[in-house]
Design a binder for this molecule. Structure first.
Ligand SMILES: Cc1cc2nc3c(=O)[nH]c(=O)nc-3n(C[C@H](O)[C@H](O)[C@H](O)COP(=O)(O)O)c2cc1C
Length: 177
């Protein structure tokens, strides 16, 4: 069952969970989910929006560019660390994360990308705009720390690639009960 809620009522929970890791789901040829620690819940062009920052080499990036949509899943309680391990350290190119993380998928309401019962707070989003960040425009101390150019793009811990910012319009918000 979905309990539909005001987006603002979820903001504190989402923002507190984000730096510890929430999930960014995509549904291309297969369902995939990756951990994200960066993001922004807010308003863009007068619309409720969630912006995600995905390194260019991620499998998730391929899926986003094909489908133009994503679903954000946020835990309510302390989540099983095995989920973050499977979704944050392995690539959907090589593993089926539904199986690896033991995820229970919830059919979406408006877009085509499922939520996850184990991470019940759900924001269904449609991509409005995608823009690759220009490394030369990032302040030097941050660029050196975040993009040190010594891990190949194919590695889940890749640090060469720039991030692509995807602004997603939130088209449905609910808690899976
Ligand atoms: C706590 C945590 C936060 C992360 N945040 C991000 C993020 O905001 N953006 C990103 O591109 N990768 C982030 N990652 C790395 C991806 O989750 C990881 O590379 C994942 O394996 C990519 O999966 P995919 O190849 O199936 O897309 C994070 C990983 C962890 C453990």
């Amino acid at each position: 069952m979905k309990e539909f809620v005001e987006i603002n009522a979820l903001a504190q929970r989402v923002n507190e969970a984000l730096p510890k890791g929430i999930l960014l789901n995509t549904q291309g040829e297969k369902f995939n989910s990756m951990v994200i620690g960066w993001g922004a819940l807010g308003t863009v062009w007068g619309l409720p929006a969630f912006t995600v920052y995905v390194r260019e080499g991620r499998y998730t990036r391929e899926q986003l560019d094909k489908t133009g949509e994503f679903t954000i899943s946020v835990p309510l309680e302390k989540p099983d660390p095995a989920i973050a391990k499977a979704c944050g350290w392995q690539s959907g190119r090589n593993v089926d994360k539904v199986q690896a993380a033991g995820l229970t998928l919830e059919p979406p309401e408006v877009n085509h990308t499922p939520g996850i019962r184990e991470y019940p707070i759900t924001l269904e989003c449609r991509v409005l705009y995608a823009q690759k960040q220009e490394l030369s425009g990032i302040p030097e101390p941050i660029r050196t720390r975040m993009y040190p150019q010594d891990v190949d793009s194919s590695n889940p811990m890749a640090n060469r690639d720039a991030h692509v910012a995807y602004i997603g319009q939130i088209v449905s918000a609910y808690i899976i009960r």
